[in-house]
Design a binder for this molecule. Sequence first.
Ligand SMILES: [Zn+2]
Length: 271
Amino acid sequence: MTTTETPTELIHLTYEGNFQLECEATVLSCRLLGEDANGGKTGVEIILDRTVMHPQGGGQPSDHGRVASGEVGFDVDFVSIDRETCVVRHTGKILESLDGSPPFRPGDTVAVTVDADRRRAMSECHTAGHVIDRAMDRVGKTLPPTKGYHFLDGPYVEYKGTIPAPDRPEFLASLQEAFLALIDENIPTAIETLPRHEAEEKCTRLASNFDFRSMVAEDVTEVRVVTAAEWSCPCGGTHLRNTGELKERGWEVRGLKCKKGVIRVRYGPKE
Ligand SMILES: [Zn+2]
C-alpha cells in the first residue's frame, strides 16, 4: 500500500527522467500550513507518489513549478526531501479557501510541471560544477571534492588541498582553459544506477584519491552515478545533455581561494 511514509518516486534520477518536465501523480496527502499574514494566502503542502521536481539537496536548489488538476492548483516554490524516509514535500501558497479545506484530497490525480527556465539554469549551474571537477584533473589537480554550492548567487566547488600563492594566477588561467576546452568538446552526459561495488569502482578508477565511502552511506546498495565531462561521481542532481550547452550563457571559471587546506573555485555565467 502507498502511504505518506512511502518513498516518493523521483523521476529525475533516470537519464530520461532527468529531462522530463511533466508527470501525472497521485496525491497521498495535502494539508494547509496556516495563514500567511502577507496578503491573505495560505501555505499548502502536498505529498505525491511520484514527482518530476528536483528536491533541494546535494548543493543544488529546489525546482519550482506547479501542481494542478484542471483549474485547481498552486505554484510550488520549494521542494524538500526527508533523507530518512525519502518522502518529498512540495510547498507553495494558495488563496485562502473559504471552507478552509486543502485544494486536493488523497487519491486525486494531479499534473506536476517543472518551471523549465529555472530547471535549465539550475542544470547548467550544477553541470558546470562537474566540468570543473574534470578540468581540475586535466590540469593535474585530481583532489577529493569536499563541497559544491550550485546556487546562482555565487556558485563554487571545493577540494581538499592547496596551491602555493605565487602559482595561483597561472593555475587559474590553465583551469579556465581546460574548462572551456571541455565545453568545446561537447561531451555527452551519462546517468546510470549501478550496484554499489560497480559504482565505487567506476568513480574511484577515474579519481585515484576520490573518497567514495565518505560520499555514499554504508547501507546504500545501488548508487546513481553521473558521468559529466567524462568524470564519474555519485550525484542526485539534474544535468545538461552535453557540456556544449554551457556555451550559450558563457559559463567560466571566476576565481580561486585557498584557505585552511581547502581550494575554492568560483564559477558563473558571463556577466
Ligand atoms: Zn551532478
